[in-house]
Design a protein around this ligand. Sequence first.
Ligand SMILES: [Zn+2]
Length: 289
Amino acid sequence: MKHVLLASLLLLAACNNNDAKAPEQAASPEAKNQVAVKMYALECGLIDMLDLSLFDKGGAYAGRTNKAVDSCYLIRHPKGDLLWDTGLPDALNAMKDGVTNGPFHLSVPTTLGSQLDALGVNPADIEYLSVSHSHFDHVGNAGAYAASTFLVSEAEHTHLFRDDARKDAQTFPAYSALETARTVKFKGEYDVFGDGTVTIIETPGHTPGHTVLKLELAKTGTVLLTGDLYHLHEAREKRTIPVFNTDAEETLRSMDKFEALAKASNAKVIIQHSVKDFAALPKPPLYLE
Ligand SMILES: [Zn+2]
């Protein structure tokens, strides 16, 4: 990688000196890593899991609670922006002490909107929106990004707009505007910018069309954002399956697929709800590259 970069810089210097046109370079696995993709980690809410037992149908977490973060990501590529997940509704920001909703205590100390604003990003200018899946803590602001092209697996799109989902008066209104958004549906995986740097990968089981995001960053290398394939580091070690997953066997197959990819690419894995993983990331205006 370093040699390729050095060679490119020398080539660039030579071109500047001679005012000559650079020869076409053959695409190489390294070439894609030279695209300057930036990952901004945004805090889109805090979640106290008041009954962690829900996160393993086998009872591994009985009697425990857990503090989680709800993270969102702005991926900036030379060809456009992708917003990955939208967190809890920004409207919760008005409730200073947050709100308890069933087994969760939810709060939004800082809105997604204000964080994008601080980066100078207008929601209407974000080219692409994708969510790892359709749960309330990932689609909380999705409707505000309906001007973007919505990238979604076919199975999750069906799940989002099924009859039962429409009856969910708390969650459906948060994303219902996406029904008329420009939409690209896919099966398997989707290469967002066509150069292998940003790829959405279907990993079903938590929901029928759950997805994870794979990034190829120039300095960091491969990064995998888990969505809710795992909620805890312990879940990755123990392969625990939440009681509310739609398909347990499918979840295990998705874990196998994900771990094979993580190993083959020596990926930096970010568990999106992990306070520890989130705390270790640079915060805006800084970014991972
Ligand atoms: Zn979640």
